[in-house]
Write a protein of this length. Structure first.
Ligand SMILES: Cc1ncc(C[n+]2csc(CCOP(=O)(O)OP(=O)(O)O)c2C)c(N)n1
Ligand SMILES: [Mg+2]
Length: 575
């Protein structure tokens, strides 16, 4: 950074540096934290955060910063901010940006960038980020003028928040982020030059932005005729099913979903952040009878979730498919749905709830599924209480069912051990479930935990982690400890990459690259990093250990040594 405009002391008066301008635009959207790992290319953003009262949470790997920002974005339904330094800071963040894209999370990534004025001469950490992140963001741009920062940041945030939500990326060359512009005139002049938003800016004051989100809220729309067709199909069906996914929560449509389901008396299964949309105990809430339901259904409505491998690619046999999506480009192309309303999920679901035409009575169908559900749960009871040595993972969930509060934030990071969470845990509140989603990236655990604790200072935050997954992010327990963010991590320690070892043995009769050190003391790692923890090898010890963990007030890892012979019963791992 030799001839770069270095940090030149406080920026007084009405001049602002690039970092100030970028952050001011974000604060208006409710950004309260900056997730980052230090780099000189982004110092002005830190300076801005310090002045603006935005909490800087510095992590140990950029991936964790972006995962944490994703957790904030998804839980709080506001933009989550990650600030990455130029070059390796960005490349380290790539898997997490791709995860945010896959999960429809409005993450804003601001990055440093080698100076433009000597681009191509080989500056430190020089690389063009845009080709790397272009395919995994809704917008990826470089800002080449200080006077453009406000407008470009605001534009990017609006894009991130507009359904279907997703990450955006802006990088700021060194001379731009350190460069200065007048606080008021610059942005206004810039906007005027660009023929931009009218009616903003006042005499001698900073430019006033239009209300954040106004572009999104002005015109909530949906395709009403398609929504009406979906309603008619569901009402006339003999055996309808609704599957509700994360976008139901992201689109604030949980209440409308419930009204639609109750109005037409349709059983609801939920995945992702949709879990808990109908609380356990609700007559129409189901979880353990999905296979039977999808096999027998005549209409399946998937709301706010892609028709991907988790849903058999939308192939439900004879059943007709209704795909309700929050943006037209989310309609699956590999399926021909009978109806596919796109738009504001609240409006679509309200149209369904208010359907007045002919409708079937689904009481027998609901009762039939309830019988299957009850039978599956009765069978679960033995697994949840299994008194085995070594411990079966299901018993860990039996104990967790007792230890977790209704509104606990549950984070799943791992293979088989994390899969059991979806089977055995029933969140009672929507929007408190973070799994890796369809991109399936291991290593989300610590980052998601950071974001969850920042969002909910008082709720339980519990990470269900495979021992393999632990290797990706455990160093960021140091971040949790240093920033006083207590969470509970439960490791299902089977000493193997279980979700790979078992399938490989089934395919080849042997396995390679699937073993870890058995009985490793992941709790000792956490203790060394400023947290606490213990190892559990007997079923009777799990419950007391969990109680100590939730009472600890520091990051606490319960290292449960589990049976490596136990494999999650699944039909396919790769497609
Ligand atoms: C970043 C990344 N690398 C590799 C994989 C492939 N993978 C999926 S599950 C899994 C095994 C996970 O093992 P562990 O976390 O110990 O959980 P277990 O299955 O043993 O319960 C692997 C390696 C992946 N999904 N993501
Ligand atoms: Mg394992």
């Amino acid at each position: 950074m030799t001839s770069a405009p270095g940090p030149s002391g406080p920026y007084g008066g009405d001049r602002r540096h690039g970092g100030d301008l970028a952050l001011a635009a974000l604060v208006r959207y409710g950004v309260r934290e900056m997730l980052t790992l230090s780099g000189g290319h982004v110092f002005p953003l830190y300076d801005a955060a310090r002045k603006a009262g935005v909490r800087v949470v510095d992590v140990r790997h950029e991936q964790s910063a972006v995962f944490a920002a994703e957790a904030v974005a998804r839980l709080r339904r506001q933009p989550g901010l990650a600030v990455l330094t130029a070059g390796p800071g960005v490349t380290n963040g790539v898997s997490a940006i791709a995860t945010a894209a896959s999960n429809g999370a409005p993450v804003v990534v601001l990055a440093g960038r080698a100076p433009q004025y000597r681009w191509g001469s080989g500056s430190l950490q020089e690389i063009d980020h845009l080709p790397l992140v272009g395919a995994i963001t809704k917008r990826a741009e470089t800002v080449f003028a200080v006077t453009e920062i406000t407008e470009r940041v605001r534009g990017a945030v609006e894009v991130a928040l507009a359904p279907h939500r997703g990450p955006v990326f802006l990088d700021l060359p060194l001379e731009i982020v350190y460069g200065e512009a007048p606080a008021a005139g610059a942005a206004g002049g810039d906007r005027a030059a660009a023929g931009g938003a009218p009616g903003v800016g006042g005499a001698g004051t900073a430019v006033r932005d239009p209300a954040p989100g106004s572009a999104r809220n002005l015109a909530p729309e949906c395709d009403h005729s398609e929504a009406a067709r979906a309603a008619a199909l569901l009402a006339a069906a003999a055996r309808p099913v609704i599957i509700a996914g994360s976008d139901v929560y992201a689109g604030d449509a949980v209440g409308c979903l419930r009204e639609a389901a109750e109005a037409l008396r349709i059983p609801v299964f939920a995945n992702g952040m949709g879990r808990g949309a109908l609380p356990p105990g609700h007559q129409l809430a189901f979880n353990r009878s999905r296979r039977a339901a999808l096999a027998a259904a005549d209409v399946v409505a998937v709301v706010g979730a892609p028709l991907d491998f988790r849903l058999g690619f939308g192939d439900f046999g004879e059943a007709r498919v209704v795909h309700v999506v929050d943006a037209a480009d989310r309609r699956a192309r590999h399926v021909t749905p009978a109806a596919a309303p796109a738009g504001d999920l609240r409006l679509i679901l309200t149209t369904i709830a208010e359907y007045h035409g002919v409708r079937e009575d689904h009481a027998d169908w609901v009762a039939r599924l309830r019988t299957v559900e009850d039978a599956a749960r009765a069978k679960d009871a033995a697994a949840l209480a299994a008194e085995t040595d070594p411990i079966r993972p299901s018993r860990v969930y039996g104990e967790l069912r007792r230890a977790l509060d209704r509104d606990a934030v549950t984070i799943c990071d791992g293979g088989d051990f994390a899969s059991y969470a979806g089977r055995y845990l029933d969140p009672a509140v929507p929007g408190c479930w973070l799994d890796p989603g369809p991109f399936g990236c291991l290593g989300t655990g610590a980052g998601y935990a950071i974001g969850a604790r920042l969002t909910y200072p008082d709720r339980q935050v519990c990470v269900l982690m495979g021992d393999g997954a632990a290797g990706f992010s455990l160093m960021d327990v140091e971040t949790l400890a240093r920033h006083r963010l207590p969470v509970v991590i439960v490791v299902g320690n089977n000493g193997i990459w279980g979700l790979e070892k078992h399938p490989m043995r089934a395919m080849y009769g042997y396995d390679v690259a699937a073993d870890l050190q058995p009985g490793l003391r992941y709790d000792a790692v956490v203790r060394a990093l400023g947290g606490a923890g213990e190892t559990v090898e007997r079923v009777g010890e799990i419950g007391p250990a969990l109680r100590r963990a939730f009472d600890a007030g520091v990051p606490y890892l319960v290292n449960v040594v589990t049976d490596p012979g136990d494999a999650y019963p699944r039909r396919s791992t790769l497609a």
